[in-house]
Design a protein around this ligand. Sequence first.
Ligand code: 5RP
Length: 245
Amino acid sequence: MDWGLANRLSRIIKSDGRCVMLAIDHGYFLGPLNRLEKPGETIEPLMEYADALMLTRGVLRTCVPQGADMPMVLRMSGGNSIVGEALSDEGLMTSIEDAIRVNASAITLSVYIGTKHEKQTLLNLGRLVDAGEKYGLPVLAVTAVGKELEKRDARYLKLCCRICSEIGAHFVKTYYCDDFEEVTGSCPVPIVIAGGPKLDTPQDAINMARAAIERGACGVDMGRNVWQNDDAVGMIKSIRDVVHG
Ligand code: 5RP
């Protein structure tokens, strides 16, 4: 791994090998989601507890203070929406030059394996890895399931994570599932988990983070289960304790 790429990745995955990422990229296909109508106000009290933010360039430019001293993981894929025909129909919507211009520490995209757009999203990943390697930016691949939440089992997710790593992703974001150690055990790069839709209780989300760490995840990249919680600060602090504690 080149020095620049390794250095950027080390800003996100800390010296203990763990990371707490806060995902606020949802608006790129969901619009103004509940509690993310004003992203700047949502993240202001949470930023000191997160190791990195995952977001689009639009939210970065309009809602994040320019002096923010934390790594940004920039979403590069999109072109779909919740009211469009297929969530899996994504292309690359941001150039590598703009990622560098906004000082991104890593770049990210979704892949939709097992859908009719599988090939285009995997080719997107290949292109992004080529660009990331060229300029020293690590790539986070998200194994997206769109509306098909029932896909989240170990058989499917270990296939997805392994494919992402084979194409060259430097770390992977996936969902927690039963037998999660099979997913982490067959993927040679670090894995972070998404939270998914808000769970019944805050404790459920904390337990999920703990179980993921115990089964080999290097951290979390959570959104809704943090900032849709009435006590979002308490929630991210608890998650941080679980990940780094
Ligand atoms: C799913 C994404 C999301 O936009 C987001 O990052 C997920 O976070 P959470 O599920 O914890 O709200 O990347 O493809």
